[in-house]
Structure formats: C-alpha cells, structure tokens
Write a protein that binds this ligand. Structure first.
Ligand code: KG4
Ligand code: ZN
Length: 353
C-alpha cells in the first residue's frame, strides 16, 4: 500500500489529507478562509497567505493524527505547485519541502487541475474509469475541457477566453448583492426564480471548444443594474460599482444567469464528446457542485457522467495526494528546489502517451 500526505494552499483554503493507493481517503482536513474574505467580496491574496502561515502546521498535524499515520509511515509528500496565488502556494510548498527533507521522503509538486481530476478517484462507490474520458474542469480560476486518454495523458481542447465559470458566478453574485462565494449563493437564490424571465446569451464561438462568459456578465449587468456608463463610469471592474435597479427580481436574474451559463458549458462538452468519442464524462472543480449543471449535462450527454462528492468538489488536499499516487507509480518525483507556478497549463503535466 502507498500512503501519501497531500498539502494544498493554492488559493484561500488551507488543506491537508492522507490518501492510500490514490483511492482510500484516510483523512481530509480543510480550513476554509471564506469568512475572512467575505468582507472583500473575493479572495484577498495577502490575507490568504497570512492565514495559510497561521494554520498550515496545525492542519497537517491534524490530517496525520486523524489518519493515525506518522511521518515514518508515509511513502511520499505531495503539494500543489500551481496554478494559484504565488504567496499562498509558497506557504504549502515550503512547508512540504521542509517536511520531506526532515523525514527523508520523496516530494511531488502537483498541478492543481490534475488534482481536481483525481478527486473522481476518491468517490466512495468508485468503479474503474474507462478511458478515453472527457474532463470538464470548472472552478473559480479555470474552465477547461480536457481529453484524457489515460493516467497522465492530457490534451486541452478548450478553455475560457475571459472569466472562469466560478468567477462569473462570483462576479454576478456580487452584482446581485449576494454573499461570497457567488456560486452557492446564486444556486440557492435561483430556486425560487424563473429561468425564462430573461433570455441571456449562450456564447457559441463556432468551431471552437473555448468558452466566454464576459458577454453573459455584461448582459446581466445591463438588465439588472442602473448602468455605470449612465452614471459616468466606464472600463474594467464596473460591476463592482454597478447599482442594482429597484424593480429587479434577484431570484429571476439568478435563475436565468445560471441557466445560460450551464447551457454554455453543456453545449461545448457534448460537442467535444461527439467529436472525440469519449467513453465517460468527468465533471470536477468547485462549480461541479452545481445541481443544475449536473442534471443538464447528464441529460444532454448519452454517456456516464461522474462528479465528486460535494466535499471534494471544492479545493482539498485529498485530490492532490490522489493525483500524486499515479505519478509516484510511474517513478516520478520532484526535485527539492522546484518553484511555485502562478499559471501552469495542464497539458505541460502530461507524463504518458
Ligand atoms: O475549485 P474551487 O474550490 O477553487 C478554485 O480552484 O477556484 O472553486 C471555487 C468556485 C467559486 O467560484 C464558487 O463560486 C464556485 O466554485 N462554486 C459554485 C458552487 N459551489 C462553489 N458555483 C456554482 N454552484 C455551486 N453550487
Ligand atoms: Zn480548485
């Protein structure tokens, strides 16, 4: 049995977990900073890295204790190397390097996106995944369509040209005066809304598997707010200053926005399935917690659809340890002087044909 300690600090969650054989979760601790960032309406990098520094040691110790595993019983340490906020990444990386050096253990720097994919290997009712699979990663920082032909074999088919899906949820949530993060808040608010109340655009970018959500965000702004341009504001970030119209029904806007965004994701994913002949669809990342997305994708694609249990949709360290298991199995490991990477395309992490 191979047992790996995973550490994840790429954004605003400090997380550590112990996973055996890439499948068996022995502990999974996540210390969320959401309340800390809610006052800013988004993640504040400096605040995030300070909070990581304060909690990393306690979280790692808790993960080991809960798993009933000592450092000597570990086979390796895995840590998120990127993409993410540099200041946040560095806290986890430096801690992992110190631990690996002290305990004389192999260290693996893992791509956060590869981690999200391997959250699918941690489902309680796991049965063997049949490659090739089409992966839709939808999170606060990423929207990627990946063709995965086997372990460590990634081909990017498309990604977002502007906002990530979760980012669009967060921005529209802020616009509607909902709490951060916007995704779960919009989903809750949309329950009582009418998705047909507005006809928001589903960007289609013909002959491409790329996504674009800025047009949708602008359309929501136009319908729901007193336009900043009318009030003398122009340029980026206007949604932060936009004022909600008095007569707007927030539930209807939330429902129509969610419906349009989900449709855009589903249309591209189904087109990619048809083009590349995938046998299954893997949905992962924070936005994969969205029920409408799960339902619509499942209905539209004539294929098995997998998504992680709710606790593993958003950032966690179990997924990092799981991804590391399959790399370690191939004899891969990182040198102790690797650097954090703010951006890091998953295709660069391909280690098998
Ligand atoms: O994967 P994640 O925890 O962090 C990143 O790597 O970005 O994803 C966080 C994102 C946030 O933008 C949040 O609004 C979104 O996932 N999210 C959701 C839901 N739960 C979280 N979006 C839509 N519906 C949800 N239920
Ligand atoms: Zn993530």
């Amino acid at each position: 049995m191979t047992t790996i300690l995973g550490i994840e600090t790429s954004c605003d969650d400090t997380a550590a977990a112990v996973v055996s054989d890439g499948r068996i979760m022995r502990s999974n601790i996540v210390s969320s900073q959401t309340d800390l960032h809610a006052q800013f309406g988004g993640v504040f990098p400096e605040v995030a890295s300070r909070a990581h520094v304060e909690s990393i040691s306690g979280i790692v110790n808790l993960a080991l204790a809960e798993a009933g595993v000592s450092c000597e019983a570990l086979d390796a340490i895995a840590v998120t190397q990127g993409p993410g906020l540099i200041g946040s990444l560095l806290v986890g990386i430096n801690f992992a390097k110190g631990l690996a050096l002290a305990a004389d253990l192999p260290l693996l720097g893992i791509n956060h996106l590869e981690g999200h994919i391997y959250s699918l290997w941690l489902t309680p009712d796991y049965r063997e995944i049949e490659f090739p699979v089409l992966v839709l990663i939808v999170s606060g920082g990423h929207t990627e369509l990946i063709l995965m032909r086997g372990h460590g074999c990634y081909r990017r088919l498309g990604s977002t040209l502007d906002d990530a899906a979760g980012e669009a949820f967060d921005k529209v949530g802020r616009l509607l005066g909902l709490p951060f993060p916007g995704g779960p808040a919009i989903e809750r608010t949309a329950i009582t809304g009418d998705a047909n109340a507005y006809d928001f655009p589903r960007a289609r970018l013909e002959d491409s598997f790329d996504f674009s959500f800025s047009g949708l965000k602008t359309a929501v702004m136009r319908e729901a707010t007193v336009q900043p341009a009318d009030r003398g504001h122009r340029g980026r970030g206007v949604e932060k200053r936009a004022k909600l119209r008095d007569d707007v029904n927030i539930s209807d806007v939330a429902a129509a926005f969610q419906d349009a965004l989900v449709d855009a994701l589903v249309i591209k994913t189904v087109a990619a399935v048809e083009r590349f002949g995938a046998r299954e669809i893997l949905l992962c990342g924070g936005v994969s917690a969205n029920t409408l997305l799960r339902e619509k994708l499942s209905a539209a694609a004539n294929l098995p659809l997998r998504y992680p249990p709710l606790a593993l949709c958003t950032d966690n360290a179990a997924m990092i340890a799981a991804a590391a298991h399959f790399r370690l199995r191939e004899g891969l490991r990182s040198s102790l002087d690797f650097e954090a990477r703010a951006s890091w395309p998953l295709s660069e992490n391909t280690y098998a044909d």
